[in-house]
Design a protein around this ligand. Structure first.
Ligand code: NAD
Length: 257
């Protein structure tokens, strides 16, 4: 019987690439995201790979919607083998101007939603003595950059949460790992460029080359497929069954500094 993966924020960027990787392996997929055409994006991936799916526009700001999304997935497919906590937002500003509501939203979507979703899938994973939880953190879960106070705080929190879940899951066949990408060219990065231009008083090219790619030892954006195939490996490979509690940099050498 096909396994089921629930991926938050899977109608764009890294989450969508991850959904495509799992779809190619025949998983049932529970899609989620706020893109207007999210339902169509999900249906297209499912049709291309001939898999079962559902789509939920659950807002990761709202615990009740997250719990209902998990329950709808369990009702539809009977079990959830893999959870990928991927939805995330970014906001770039010096701390003295950083809006408090943006701080709260970033902590809620990037950190608290991962806790709520993990809590909701946990009893089922324990009962079936199998689970794979991936938290999409960031290189900013390991190191900092100026003007990203909320994001860096949230992603460091995600790495800490991952370690705790690895300890709690170990006796029950559940692994939990964080992945820590450097710059991947997706809408979240594209949207940052304008704010970084303002914060650093730079042109678009300067932000890309001097702020973003300058951090990478390899001066390239990381392909979404690199992130997706690593997530698939950690969740679907027998060889990864004892890998747990790590925060894996996929950062083109950024944190090797
Ligand atoms: P993206 O903007 O392409 O995708 C983000 C997804 O999250 C979208 O589907 C969006 O609809 C969804 N989302 C946002 N807010 C939501 C909410 N309130 N409720 C439900 N869904 C919501 O960005 P991406 O680059 O694919 O980012 C995915 C994850 O990867 C994020 O957690 C991000 O922090 C992390 N990340 C990205 C990069 C990068 O360079 N792109 C680097 C490191 C980490």
């Amino acid at each position: 019987m096909a396994k089921t993966v629930l991926i938050t924020g899977s109608t764009s960027g890294i989450g969508l690439a991850t959904a495509k990787a799992f779809a190619a392996k025949g998983y049932n997929i529970a899609f989620n995201g706020l893109e207007e055409n999210g339902a169509e994006i999900a249906a297209q991936v499912a049709a291309e790979c001939n898999i079962e799916h559902l789509f939920s526009p659950a807002n990761m700001l709202r615990a009740e919607e997250i719990k209902a999304f998990v329950q709808a997935t369990l009702d539809r497919f009977g079990s959830i083998e893999v959870l990928v906590n991927n939805a995330g937002i970014q906001f770039v500003s010096p701390v003295e101007d950083f809006p408090e509501e943006k701080w709260n939203d970033i902590i809620s979507i990037n950190l608290t939603a991962a806790f709520i979703a993990t809590k909701a899938v946990w009893p089922g994973m324990k009962a079936q003595q199998f689970g794979r939880v991936i938290n999409v953190a960031s290189a900013h879960g390991l190191i900092a950059s100026a003007f990203k106070s909320a994001y860096v705080a949230a992603k460091h929190g995600v790495v800490g949460f991952t370690k705790v879940m690895a300890l709690e899951g170990g006796p029950h066949g559940i692994t939990c790992n964080a992945i820590c990408p450097g710059y991947v060219f997706t809408p979240i990065v594209d949207k940052q460029i304008g704010a970084q231009m303002q914060a650093h008083n730079m042109t678009r090219e300067e932000v890309i080359n001097k702020v973003m790619l300058s951090e990478h030892a390899i001066k390239e954006f990381i392909p979404v497929e690199t992130i997706a195939s690593t997530i698939l490996y950690l969740c679907d490979s027998d060889a990864a069954a004892t890998i747990t509690g790590i925060a894996m940099p996929l950062d083109a050498g950024w944190t090797a500094h």
